[in-house]
Design a protein around this ligand. Structure first.
Ligand code: SF4
Ligand code: MSK
Length: 647
């Protein structure tokens, strides 16, 4: 396999060549060993929900058209799709629940190493949720807020409080369709119930509930996670950091944190900066302790502390193969089991930390909120010990670049509006005057079935060239960072209108918004754009679209579905989309769903064509808003001016 065909990242190419030479297996090798993969599974046509199966439906019409229970292709595809949404929503929301638990423990004084870093956000959130703040101290407010938000996961009555942030028109759409999300757990459990054998057998009904479940993720579990993380660890502000495998240091203890929850990585970052531990590292012969992130943990750490990012999902094995990673500690999600075998070739110590995510044969150091910093110190000490066992030649690729990350919704508000007039007005105005044609969210994973990073960055380059401002999260954000797209200098690649705005404000044309749960920030930004005025009454009116051309996880399907259910066009790669294109389900998701929800799915493998599709959607929205018409420049007479002044 030619490394250049597997990845467009030169650092990844170098490591792939090195690993191939050494005969060390990667995800790409395991993918090759799996081929040909099951075509029924790829199209969503395989059902193993009950023990009369597994059943499959033949898309060519020659073989069986129904499962043993009589389920047809659409029921099977819809059930599989809805279950992906439920699993993705469960992952994000359980992350959010974990944060809420830690937040509450912090407020009660049971997690002394955590605190309140963003008091203004605490108070704003409390006010928004009708919590009395006058006369209460911060910890008491936090306790009430924590209890209220934790209850959102399992409350017996009512709908999601965070979903109240959506524009009125959008909420009316959800209400009319009966899909306003209730308790997050309820939506997930109901999805699993509906999709067991012999329950919901109407594909539209199943998919409508999938929308409700996904909304419980985006406007519920994920949003709660993001908001409480901001209060505890600080709302991200633009920050510069280094990115790619070249951030690993030959002469330092390299401690890589990988996964999703900042609960652990924040503490590891603090422990690694402890002068006593740095002295221990020096005693062991290292020049210092270098913490670097992989996957969404990398996004969380860089946007709050400027800690370098070593890479995204497909970089996790490559980082170990440099021989420079002394310890990799992981929490939850996107951790390849292949790491456990891989570290056997090196001195690298692998450590799991979450009760929810253990690996056989891998040392487990349980994260404990009550003594979080102490746990983190233990992990750092283990990294120092492992450094002492380094025997290998170290092969750290030279590639590293700079990235500016941390464009939270609050930052975008501030940067575009200014300190005294923080607002989305300038963004909306620049969209209305056409300098910026619209906004695209490019998010999600990296999948070995697609040339690593090329789907994301190819698409992003095409979008900014067309004057479309890009916001990015997750592994897509890291891909963009590696290719220099997260710097203000990248504005040189943008079209003239977007370039002008970026240069005037000093922002990159691709705004790094955060981790996977932070896709909720994009929802809030959309709601704010509507609230600001001039771009319609609903998120579905906005010239905005989303995409992920390298998706792997069920979480990505949940994200896509909540963007669609919020009124947006979402483009995924056709080769990765788990729906048979000739099915009624496909017709519904690609077309009819727009009549109900305003948003819809589309599929396209080619990044250039995907950009064309998104740009066409954005232009159609602009036409509908009437902002594509050239306005005659109105010359005011003195009389007009006087009238304006009076008004
Ligand atoms: Fe087969 Fe129906 Fe059971 Fe699915 S639920 S495995 S289609 S019998
Ligand atoms: S880490 S979910 S591979 S974006 Fe959030 Fe990356 Fe996808 Fe995991």
């Amino acid at each position: 396999m030619d490394p250049k065909r597997l990845s467009c990242d030169p650092a990844a190419q170098a490591m792939l060549a090195l690993m191939a030479e050494a005969g060390i297996e990667t995800a790409w090798d395991r993918l090759e060993a799996q081929e040909p993969q099951c075509g029924f599974g790829q199209l969503g046509l395989c059902c193993r929900i009950c023990n009369m199966g597994p059943c499959r439906v033949d898309p060519f019409g020659d073989g069986p058209q129904r499962g043993v229970c009589g389920a047809d292709a659409d029921t099977i595809i819809a059930r599989n799709f809805a279950r992906m949404v439920a699993a993705g929503a469960a992952a994000h929301s359980d992350h959010g629940r974990g944060v809420a638990h830690a937040f509450l423990a912090m407020a009660r004084g049971e997690a002394p190493d955590y605190g309140i870093k963003d008091r203004a956000k605490l108070l704003a959130l409390a006010k928004e949720l009708d919590i009395q703040i006058d006369g209460q101290d911060d910890k008491a407010i936090a306790q009430e807020l924590g209890e209220l938000l934790l209850a959102e996961f399992g409350k017996p009555h009512g709908t999601q409080r965070m979903a109240e942030r959506a524009p009125e028109t959008r909420k009316a759409v959800w209400k009319n369709l009966g899909i306003l999300p209730r308790a997050i757990d309820q939506e997930i459990v109901e999805t699993l119930h509906r999709t067991t054998m012999g329950v919901d057998q109407d594909y539209k009904s199943i998919l409508r509930h999938a929308s409700r479940c996904a909304l419980g993720d985006g406007w519920g579990g994920s949003m709660i996670g993001t908001e409480l993380q901001d209060v505890m660890f600080g709302t991200p502000r633009p920050r510069k950091g280094e990115i790619n495998l070249g951030v690993l240091k030959e002469d330092e203890v390299n401690l890589v944190v990988h996964g999703h929850e900042p609960l652990l990585s924040e503490m590891v970052a603090a422990a690694a900066a402890d002068p006593a531990l740095v002295a221990e590292a020096r005693k062991a012969g290292a020049a210092g302790i270098n913490v670097a992130g992989i996957c969404c943990t990398a996004n969380e750490l860089m946007m709050r502390h400027g800690i370098p990012m070593a890479g995204n999902f497909l970089s996790q094995e490559l980082a170990v193969a440099t021989g420079a990673v002394d310890l990799m500690c992981v929490d939850i999600q996107c951790i390849m089991q292949g790491l456990a075998d891989l570290v056997e070739h090196y001195h690298t110590k692998l450590i799991t930390t979450s009760e929810k995510a253990r690996m056989q044969g891998v040392e487990h150091v349980p994260m404990d909120e009550a003594r979080a910093l102490e746990v983190a110190r233990t992990i750092v000490r283990k990294a120092i010990e492992a450094y002492g066992r380094r025997r290998h030649e170290v092969h750290i690729p030279r590639e590293k670049g700079e990235a500016v990350v941390g464009f939270s919704h609050e930052t975008i508000n501030y940067m575009l509006g200014g300190r005294f007039r923080a607002s989305y007005r300038p963004l909306n105005d620049n969209i209305i005057n056409g300098r910026i044609r619209g906004v695209a969210g490019v998010v999600g994973c990296t999948n070995p079935k697609v040339r690593h990073d090329a789907g994301h960055t190819g698409l992003v380059r095409e979008l900014i060239r067309r004057d479309i401002l890009v916001v990015t999260t997750g592994c897509s954000q890291i891909a963009c960072g590696k290719q220099g797209l997260l710097t203000p200098e990248a504005a040189a690649e943008a079209g003239p209108g977007l370039r002008e705005v970026c240069e005037a404000v000093g922002i990159p044309p691709v705004l790094a918004v955060g981790s996977c749960v932070d896709n909720s920030r994009i929802l809030v930004a959309c709601a704010e754009m509507v609230r600001e005025g001039g771009l319609g009454d609903d998120i579905a009116d906005l010239p905005v679209a989303g995409a992920c051309l390298e998706h792997i996880t069920e979480k990505a399907i949940s994200i896509g579905q909540y963007f669609v259910a919020s009124g947006l066009l979402v483009v995924f790669a056709e080769q990765l989309f788990p729906v048979w294109s000739e099915s009624q389900v496909a017709r519904y998701l690609f077309d009819e769903i727009a009549e109900e929800l305003g948003g819809r799915w589309a599929v396209e493998d080619d990044p250039v064509k995907a950009a064309e599709l998104m740009a066409a959607h954005i232009e159609a929205k602009r036409d509908a808003l009437g902002i594509n018409q050239t306005h005659e420049r109105k010359l005011y007479s003195m009389e007009d001016r006087q009238r304006l002044a009076v008004e």
